[in-house]
Design a protein around this ligand. Sequence first.
Ligand SMILES: *[C@@H]1O[C@H](CO)[C@@H](O)[C@H](O)[C@H]1NC(C)=O
Ligand SMILES: *[C@@H]1O[C@H](CO)[C@@H](O)[C@H](O)[C@H]1NC(C)=O
Ligand SMILES: *[C@@H]1O[C@H](CO)[C@@H](O)[C@H](O)[C@H]1NC(C)=O
Length: 217
Amino acid sequence: MAVDCLLASFILLIISKTGFSAEISVFVETGASVQLNIQTQGLTEFDQLSWINDKSVNIIKFFIETKKVRPHNSYKDRVDFNDKTFSLTLKNMQKTDSGLYTARTSGQSDKDIVTYRVSVIDAVKIPVLTVDSSWSNDSCVISVTCGGHELTLSSTFVYTACSREEVTSHEINTLILYCSEKSIICNHSNPVSWKQDRINITQLCEGKYQQSLYQTN
Ligand SMILES: *[C@@H]1O[C@H](CO)[C@@H](O)[C@H](O)[C@H]1NC(C)=O
Ligand SMILES: *[C@@H]1O[C@H](CO)[C@@H](O)[C@H](O)[C@H]1NC(C)=O
Ligand SMILES: *[C@@H]1O[C@H](CO)[C@@H](O)[C@H](O)[C@H]1NC(C)=O
């Protein structure tokens, strides 16, 4: 049975540099929203504030004196701007929206306040767990293989003494194979989602035990 646990819009923040004008890495699930914030402390006086993408499009321009917010035509249906915190929310993010987003103030001089590196990625697929079990030496021995994305993990568990955990990762994808109480679980995750497949060991091993009794009689 596959248990599907999807996080709608989980955001992982990795702050690569600290302080003013840091570049902040954010992962967003395809179709989800992302909110880009500004640390308003330390902002010096300015006339206007813009959020700009790496194609030099002014996604929004905010004029402090009139409190007027002017979104770019191509963004106006999917952007929210907060004129108190100056945060920008972009909705329905697609992979083509991946890139840099910068908040810039203009006054006597221009100043970049913060830059976000946004990566829009799909949720992971459910991993595929395959098992093979046998009853040997009074124990149920289970050989497991779990595959997800470009990753594969294999292990052998002995019922009821399974405690080992196997982990592998490729780029931003991680696969974890472990044993929990009465199940073997394979968890496939990336920064925006995780999904698992699990197998009931009790069921699997009881079946093998019965077969072993039948064979010895
Ligand atoms: C069976 O289990 C016993 C006791 O745990 C161990 O000493 C023995 O080596 C095992 N035999 C095999 C074939 O695994
Ligand atoms: C699967 O992995 C993710 C990311 O490491 C974690 O947040 C989640 O709790 C795990 N789920 C299970 C059932 O282990
Ligand atoms: C696993 O299988 C056993 C035996 O069929 C059953 O009693 C138990 O409820 C199952 N556990 C889970 C978590 O499905």
